[in-house]
Design a protein around this ligand. Structure first.
Ligand SMILES: Cc1cc2nc3c(=O)[nH]c(=O)nc-3n(C[C@H](O)[C@H](O)[C@H](O)COP(=O)(O)O)c2cc1C
Length: 329
């Protein structure tokens, strides 16, 4: 009898637990995402700015652009610039948004329009933007040759030589090496280029111990991990219900970039899942300075490899196992 009931009970239990965990994510999204569009919050305002100016950047980059497009975004950018100016507290994206807006206004099809005159007058009223601020933004000419700078002589050597390493050289990775790899990973694409990331790093034993107590999957190697990184994503960057999974996606992309960036400079990593129960997520947040609006995507162990290492082979399926030609039904 028990044998028959057990799978049913297990199914019910899993559904209820699943609901609880989904609810935890839902509550976090409601509490911390940018959906209220509170533009007094510099971070929310900045994420909104990048969504808008990225629309202009795209419009600027088309070979044949619709000469009437972009104005809607331009007006919204101007409104945010005014709020930022009053706030006297400027973030990266809003400083960039002003430059992109000016590039948009100076397009040959816009420069002499009445609308542009209005914008120029309004922009003159801003007091807190540094006129000398420079940022590479808008669009650039990018040739086939430029793209070819990225060609690896033997890409297989690069991609097939990365393995997750769980036992590292007994040496803390130097800050300069950590920062170099993390800087490379900043080129990771993200939705509308929002770059909603937060990266936490430590090499302090007492902090690593706290993280690893809550992470399920670092036994028995955890205690000797030299450096730990937590990859997180800022929920404030997301404004609507359709985006409720976007932070996992942007965070996943950044995580992989970080791993490849470390690999490209000879430093090994092991991804450590943060498929954590709400209890563990809350426990970690109580102990460490992780901002409430930062959702933890995963943890990364980082270290220099030893001369000789043993790694799991972790064989891969063949491409044929997972490849489908996309066809009409
Ligand atoms: C999101 C994610 C979470 C992971 N979590 C763990 C973990 O908690 N503990 C662990 O030992 N390995 C973890 N791994 C490592 C995987 O086991 C490993 O990437 C996989 O077996 C492929 O091996 P490779 O990385 O050496 O190619 C994780 C990997 C990913 C991508």
């Amino acid at each position: 009898m028990w044998k028959i009931i057990r799978p049913y009970l297990r199914n019910i239990y899993r559904r209820l637990i699943g609901l609880k965990f989904f609810f935890y994510d839902y509550i976090r999204y409601i509490k911390f995402s940018g959906w209220k569009e509170n533009f007094d919050d510099i971070e929310v305002r900045n994420y909104k700015s990048v969504i808008l100016y990225h629309g202009l950047e795209k419009s600027l980059s088309y070979k044949v652009r619709n000469p009437n497009s972009g104005w809607n975004n331009a007006y919204q950018i101007l409104e945010l610039l005014k709020i930022a100016d009053k706030d006297k507290n400027l973030g990266f994206h809003e400083k960039v948004s002003k430059i992109v807006l000016e590039k948009f206004l100076s397009l040959s099809e816009n420069i002499n329009s009445e609308k542009t005159q209005y914008f120029i007058e309004e922009l003159k009223k801003l007091n807190n933007f540094n006129e000398n601020y420079k940022a590479s933004c808008g669009y650039i000419e990018y040739s086939k040759n430029d793209y070819e700078n990225g060609i690896l002589e033997n890409p297989e050597d690069f991609f097939l030589s990365r393995y997750s390493l769980r036992e590292f050289k007994n040496e803390i990775v130097r800050d300069i090496d950590i920062k170099r790899a993390l800087n490379l990973s900043m080129k990771t694409p993200s939705v509308c280029n929002r770059q909603p990331w937060a990266i936490y790093h430590t090499s302090k034993k007492e902090i690593k111990d706290i993280v690893l107590t809550y992470q399920q999957g670092n036994k028995p190697f955890g205690e000797n991990i030299p450096n730990l990184i937590i990859v997180a994503v800022d929920l404030k960057a997301f404004f609507s219900a359709d985006e409720h999974y976007q932070h996992w996606i942007d965070g996943g992309l950044l995580s992989m970039s970080i791993m490849y960036a470390f690999h490209s400079v000879g430093i090994a990593t092991c991804p450590l899942n943060w498929s954590a129960k709400p209890k563990n997520d809350l426990g970690l947040r109580k102990s460490l300075n992780i901002k409430d609006n930062h959702t933890i995507i995963m943890v990364l162990a980082v270290g220099y490899p030893n001369e000789n290492n043993k790694v799991c082979v972790s064989p891969r399926k063949t491409l044929d196992d997972i490849f489908y030609n996309l066809e009409k039904k």
